[in-house]
Design a protein around this ligand. Structure first.
Ligand SMILES: [Zn+2]
Length: 290
């Protein structure tokens, strides 16, 4: 649906609600600074207005299994070892496994410490920062023409021209269409040579766009449906450094972004709370008001 049509439909819904004597409440984005300063904030008002019971929920997480994609230099991948499965001697059923995984693979979280000394480890990132309004910026058309496409500042400006200024505390989700390639390693990373990351090709954020989002818009996190918030050929990992340096985490290998509207969803992105961790497995979901 075009944004123009969406606006017309929303206007019609508002009119209908008024006619029926009800009211249509539109949630405000959270104001992280306001939350810290205390008192009744936009975020508090929004949480009161949000109808959780009727929200559509989209799981943005790839499953962890034998297919899970890790960085080419990763010494190991996801391992699940069965400890028990079946009836015990006492007659009841019991199942348990042990798991082992590098932090950076599958749908996962890059804590600020990942590329910035002295910044937050995964357990230190405030949960408040990990729940926020989702801003989905679509670059799938550009990426299909150029697998090394980097989100430009013009792409961000175009999003704002259509939807308004990106709110501080937003969780940015860059949609490149690469999620559909999961778990085909070669198509997803552009190369599947073990141990060699020098021939990777996939789209992600560009330098100026990342700098603008982090410094001007003060977003809460940068997410993407590819393996990295830096594009495949990157060797300086500038986007990681600029984001992590400002205590902004990365969310990588996000799934199902094609199911999200460009705005209006609320994102909950909770990584495993590993003390001192530089990242880790992430469960990320979207709540879309209906
Ligand atoms: Zn990572």
């Amino acid at each position: 649906m075009s944004s123009q049509r969406q606006k017309i439909v929303l206007a019609a819904l508002a009119l209908l609600a008024m006619t029926l004597g009800g009211s249509l409440t539109v949630a405000n984005p959270p104001d992280i600074e306001g939350t810290r300063s205390g008192g009744r904030t936009k975020a508090a008002a929004a949480s009161e207005a949000f109808d959780l019971a009727n929200a559509r929920i989209v799981d943005l997480t790839h499953p962890f299994d034998q297919q899970t994609i890790y960085w080419p230099t990763s010494p190991s991948s996801f391992e699940l070892r069965r400890l028990h499965y079946g009836k015990t001697e006492a007659g009841y059923f019991y199942a348990a496994n042990s798991l082992c995984t590098p932090e950076h693979g599958g749908t996962h979280f890059d804590a600020p410490i990942h590329f910035a000394e002295g910044r937050l480890t995964v357990d230190q990132v405030p949960v408040r920062q990990l729940i926020g309004p989702g801003v989905v910026i679509d670059a799938s058309r550009q990426a299909s023409a150029d697998p090394d496409y980097r989100l430009s500042i013009d792409d961000v400006r175009r999003w704002e021209a259509a939807h308004g200024t990106i709110p501080s505390g937003a969780i940015i989700l860059l949609r490149t269409g690469w999620g559909a390639r999961w778990p085909d390693r070669k198509r997803y990373l552009g190369d599947d040579t073990p141990g060699d990351p020098s021939h990777l090709h996939f789209p992600s954020y560009g330098r100026e766009a990342a700098e603008f989002l982090v410094k001007e818009r003060r977003v809460a996190a940068l997410g993407v449906d590819t393996a990295s918030i830096d594009y495949g050929p990157s060797t300086d990992f500038f986007v990681h450094r600029i984001a992590n340096g400002a205590n902004v985490p990365g969310l990588e290998n996000i799934a199902n972004l094609e199911e999200l509207p460009e705005q209006g969803a609320w994102i909950i992105a909770l990584p495993m709370k590993i003390a001192g961790g530089s990242g880790g497995p992430l469960r990320i979901v979207a709540l879309i008001p209906q």
